[in-house]
Ligand binder design. Structure first.
Ligand code: P6P
Length: 340
């Protein structure tokens, strides 16, 4: 065993020693979530051998058909986090309402939100998927816990992260003091620190968006993408590349690893909805990670982590990644607003 390798436990102990805001309950929470992600990885990696593929023949609160692995991942996270005494309640993309820790267990000061398995449409075709999580403090001192306790802006997050189930299984984490990446060593079952103080390049030549929605976009997004497509003959003076995995965790992991910009903007298909992605357990945790890595994350006009939520499952328009590109998209939105 290479004693230069830093395990997740050692990282958390040393990080807690340096940063007083990391309370013992928060450290335990992250260790429990990391262990749950290992269990989810085992189920994901079984694929067709584990009878975990295909649909569960049920729908979630979003009206989406749940995959068997969506339900499995949700149950793993609920069961892993109920008994430890670090949480008051949990919220999930897969559950209509919050899950309060049963009275038979002690309640803690934290709230955990998660998308247990993001990118489910990729499960059956063996493309990377992931678990996204966000941690809030229960700030109200009234007894009990309700959905209102969860409705805090993303800047209030105590921690956030994701686990990407791809060629490697990688846990990415922030407490607000930078971003660290841990790769799962399957031989020992340990999470091993493989990158610390992750930084996203300020500039990029790579954008990620679902181009099939182009005709539905608002003008500022259409302008930004048209200029990327115009390449070096156009106003940007450089060629761009495009990626779209249709798994936010995979696209964000690429951006944290080598830069880029990710857009899932509002579009005219559902004009009354601000966007497709969910604020509380997709956009906010990813925005926290991206900002901590030196990037930006907005809804086109506002910093995502400043948005005051009004509903647990509310959606949001998302533009995040290399700061100079996200700033450009924001500038185009402001120019369009000024011109109107
Ligand atoms: P589309 C997955 O369902 C997800 O929520 C994100 O992970 C992903 O970025 C997006 O939706 C993909 O959406 O419309 O391209 O299938």
């Amino acid at each position: 065993m290479n004693d230069k390798r830093i395990s997740l436990t050692r990282y958390l102990v040393e990080h807690q020693r340096e940063h007083s805001h990391i309370q013992p309950q928060l450290r335990l929470l992250i260790e429990v979530v990391a262990r749950a992600c290992k269990h989810i990885a085992i189920s994901v990696n079984k694929g067709a051998l584990g009878e975990v593929l295909g649909s569960a023949d049920t729908e979630n609160v979003q009206g989406e058909v749940q995959k068997k692995l969506d339900v499995i991942a949700n149950e793993v996270l609920i069961e892993a986090n109920e008994w430890g005494g670090h949480l008051a309640a949990m919220a999930s993309e897969e559950m209509d309402s919050i899950h309060v820790v049963p009275h038979r267990y002690p309640q803690g000061e934290y709230l955990l939100l998660f998308d247990p398995l993001d990118g489910s449409s990729n499960i059956d075709v063996n493309v990377s998927i992931g678990t996204i999580f966000s941690v809030l403090r229960k700030v109200s001192n009234h007894r009990g816990v309700s959905e209102e306790d969860f409705l805090q802006p993303g800047k209030q997050q105590a921690a956030a992260g994701y686990c990407v189930y791809g060629p490697q299984t990688t846990l990415v984490l922030t407490f607000g003091d930078g971003v660290a990446m841990f790769t799962l060593d399957r031989e020992t079952g340990s999470w091993v620190l493989t990158q610390d103080q992750v930084q996203i390049p300020a500039d990029t030549k790579e954008f990620a968006i679902n181009m099939s929605n182009m005709r539905h976009w608002a003008d500022p997004v259409r302008r930004y993408i048209d200029e990327c497509l115009a390449g070096k003959e156009g106003p940007r003076g450089k060629d761009f590349n495009m990626r779209w995995v249709a798994s936010m965790v995979a696209d964000v992991h690429r951006i944290l690893t080598r830069g880029g910009v990710f857009l899932y903007p509002w579009d005219r298909r559902e004009p009354n909805k601000p966007g497709k992605l969910r604020l509380m357990y997709e956009a906010n945790p990813m925005a926290f990670l991206v900002e901590q890595a030196g990037g930006q994350a907005t809804n086109g006009t506002q910093r995502i982590m400043d948005i005051n939520p009004s509903a647990l499952h509310e959606r949001v328009s998302v533009m995040l990644g290399s700061k100079n590109e996200v700033q450009r998209v924001t500038d185009y939105h402001q120019a369009a607003t000024s011109a109107s």
